[in-house]
Structures are given as structure tokens and as C-alpha cells.
Design a protein around this ligand. Sequence first.
Ligand code: SF4
Length: 348
Amino acid sequence: MIPRRISKPIRIGDVTIGGGTPIAVQSMTKTDTRNIAATIAQIKELEECGCELVRVAVPDREAADAISAIRRGISIPLIADIHFDHRLALAALEAGAQGLRLNPGNIGDPQKVAEIARAAKERGVPIRVGVNAGSLPRTPAKQESIAEAMVEAALEQVHLLESLDFDQIKVSLKAFEIPTTIEAYQTIAEKIPYPLHLGITEAGTSKRGAIRSGVGIGILLQLGIGDTLRVSLTSHPVEEVLAAYEILKALDLRQRGPTLVSCPSCGRCEVDLIRLAKAVEERLMKIEKPIKVAIMGCVVNGPGEAAGADVGIACGQGRGVLFKKGESVRVVEEKDFLEALMAEIGTP
Ligand code: SF4
């Protein structure tokens, strides 16, 4: 087990963040928040794949007001994302937001932050101080790294909130560059007791973004840093949640849904393994139980990996040996691979 930094726990709705609790998976809707039906529908999709907290953009008063109706239609805690206008934070709280994300780079006036903190405290709503490298409140000084400037911006807001006797705080320090992100999180992890929300900002489309996020978030998690995370992708938010769980599963920090082990295939393989693995992956997306499935192309590593999984197949020439819980079950023809595997998995 990775030893984790134990932070001061906070509660967003019914989800506890920090204090050694399981690392919570977040996402953010990509619908127009003012479109209540579309936003609820997207959040329901996120709930189904394991999203535990959801953030919605609040660009105007209508979006803030929509929060109360959205909350009635969903089951996970809702966080309002606020930029520029502190009145939107107040309106979002009024409408029932269970968490706030503020960007210190653009709220500005400490009096306005103080007003938000008072209203949030009254309602027991935590605030995330969400710093992004691309929107720092000031240009980094000559001798200062971007990471140092990010930490400085976050600490300024944290100290302001603390001076208002507000301690339901969470912090994020997101950058596109991984070394900057790592430096920023490592530095702040030593300076404050609060939970940290991890993310790599503007990470990219589903493939590249998931890799970049996996590297950045993965390194931080391995260092024991991080209480909650979002994989930001230029893609449907369900992909963000699936990627987040893959990162957590890879480090043995959370288990959810199936783990697919598949060999890359090579010149020894005598079946269409790539197509089979993609088809199985697609079908596994609908399964919640943690099950390990192995799809292996030949006898080199096939029987070992397939036997080590809950369900596996080790392929040969046009046929394969099906394994369940370490025991070979039967030989299957290539045309029947998919259905035979799914029948053993016990699936949709
Ligand atoms: Fe190639 Fe066999 Fe290894 Fe798959 S298991 S990569 S087919 S040698």
C-alpha cells in the first residue's frame, strides 16, 4: 500500500474528502448548466460509471439558479465552478451548491472572497481554492518558478480564508506541464493540512489527455499526495471518470469495475486479438463488479496470465483455451471467443 499524506477531512454533501478516505473521483459537466434537463442527464451518466462528485460551470445568474433544480434530479454532490463574479458564488450557495470552486486569479477583492466564505460557512459548504497556471493573479517574479507562483497564489487565498475562521478548504494547483504540477503539489502538501484535488489541466483529447493525466496524477498519487481527482479530457465526461478509475486501479488505490489484461499481440499471434480485446473492453464497460479478465495471444505468456485472472483466454491457431479462476474450462473456436468469455464473466 502507498503511504498517503493524511489531510484534514472535509465533507461535500455525503462524500468525505481527505483524512485517509478513498480518493474520490470527480468530473465536470460539459452541458450548458442553464439547460437543466441536459445537465441532469449527463450527471446521471456520470453517476452510472462511478463519478462521486460533479462540478458545473456557473457563468451567469441563470446557471446559478438552475442548481436547485439540477440537484433535485441527481444523487451525487454538486460543486459550483465560479469565476470573476463573487455574486454568482452567493447565488449558487443560495440555490444549494454543496461545494464551491473559486479561482483566486479572477475573484480579486478579498472583501468579496470574505463575503463568499461567510455564506459558505453558514451552510457548511467547503471551498476549493483552484489555482491554474494559465490564470495566475500575477506574473511570476523573475527568480520565481511557475510552481512557486501557483503555491503563493493558493496560500494567499488559504490564509485569507483561515483569517475568516474558515477551514473547510480544498486546494488544487493545476498546470499542463507535469514537472510544474508535481513541484507545486509537493510544495503545498508540506505547507497546509487541507485535502488536495489533483488534475492536469487542459490535458488534451481522450487518448493523449488520459496518458498525460495518468503520468502526472499517477506520480503524485505514488508520492502519497491527493485526496480527490479529475482527469480533464476534451471528450465526453464519462471518459474522464473511466480514466480516473484506471489510474486508481493501476496503483491499487481503488477497485471498481473490471480490469482488462491483454497482450499487445505480435507475429506469434494467430487470431484477431486486437478486435477481440476491443470488443471485450466495450462489453466490460457495463459491468461494475471488480473482475480481472485476461486476453492473451499465444502460449508464451498466455496460459500464465489467463490462469491468473478471474476469466481469461490463451489463444492458439484459430482457437483458444478458456480459463476460469485458474482452471482451464474448455477449448473455444475463434468465432465464439467473445460470447464464451462474456458467458463466463456473467454479463450483459
Ligand atoms: Fe506475442 Fe504471445 Fe506475447 Fe501476445 S502473449 S505479445 S502473442 S508472444
